[in-house]
Design a protein around this ligand. Structure first.
Ligand SMILES: Cc1cc2nc3c(=O)[nH]c(=O)nc-3n(C[C@H](O)[C@H](O)[C@H](O)COP(=O)(O)O)c2cc1C
Length: 220
């Protein structure tokens, strides 16, 4: 580890860490505390045998607008079976539903991160209520403020990593009516209050103070 002075405030020292010299999983923990808050994709899938599954993924974001496309990234387990059920299901069926997690649902969300045997559905284990999706086979959560029905477009191994990135095109949005700002075509994200993830295993947050910033037309 090396130190130098921060440019803005010389009294604040900067640390410099070389990831290749860090003991795993330290780089992972550091990264997730820096790239934060991360939204949580609560992803429902279904197996070829018809067993439905739901699990949270915070390596998640929007990656394209036209057509609307999202990604989430699934790590391999260290133990067998290495492939998580979500990845196995999206490979087999090519579809998923991505839900937003709000405060009312976050207790149930963490329960669905528990490793269950492949033939057991988190929906039965938790009692979460579902509805049939319209465009895809996996069920959607009845109480999620937003659900996005997606078809898988790409499954991309992350170079040198034990992760696989799943990209999906959003075919249909389900939005709780009170959250939709029709004139703007936006969800009221502050009202929705999605739960987002910080670093480490237990830290989450909600949206704090709203600030407005306009991108200037030029730098003059
Ligand atoms: C908030 C949260 C975020 C998570 N994000 C990820 C992630 O981005 N990638 C991943 O592989 N696992 C992530 N996990 C762990 C998975 O949810 C967990 O391994 C789950 O059991 C996988 O379920 P499955 O085998 O049914 O697919 C996360 C867990 C929590 C609680």
């Amino acid at each position: 580890m090396t130190f130098s002075s921060s440019l803005r405030s010389p009294s604040l020292k900067m640390l410099s860490l070389v990831t290749a010299e860090m003991e795993p999983p330290a780089p992972y923990h550091l990264l997730t505390s820096v790239v934060a808050p991360r939204p949580i994709a609560w992803v429902s899938t279904i197996s070829a045998e018809g067993i439905s599954n739901i699990a949270p993924y915070s390596f998640f974001n929007a990656v394209a607008g036209f057509p609307p496309t999202i990604m989430f990234s699934v790590s391999y387990r260290r133990r067998e079976p290495k492939e998580k059920d979500t990845l196995r299901n999206v490979k087999a069926v090519g579809e998923f539903v991505c839900h937003v997690v709000d405060e009312a649902l976050c207790g149930e969300m963490v329960k669905t991160a528990v490793d269950l045997p492949r033939d057991m559905s988190e929906f039965e284990a938790t009692g979460l209520e579902t509805l049939p999706a319209t465009e895809v086979k996996p069920p959607r959560l009845k109480d999620a403020p937003v659900a996005m029905e997606c078809k898988v477009t790409q499954i991309v191994p992350v170079e040198g990593a034990t992760n696989v990135m799943v990209l999906g095109q959003v075919l249909r949005f389900h939005i709780r009516q009170d959250l939709y700002r029709q004139s703007l075509g936006l969800v009221d994200t502050v009202k929705m209050q999605p739960i987002t993830r910080l670093g480490g295993p237990v830290e989450y947050t909600k949206i704090g103070e709203l600030i407005h910033l306009s991108t200037p037309q030029n730098l003059a």
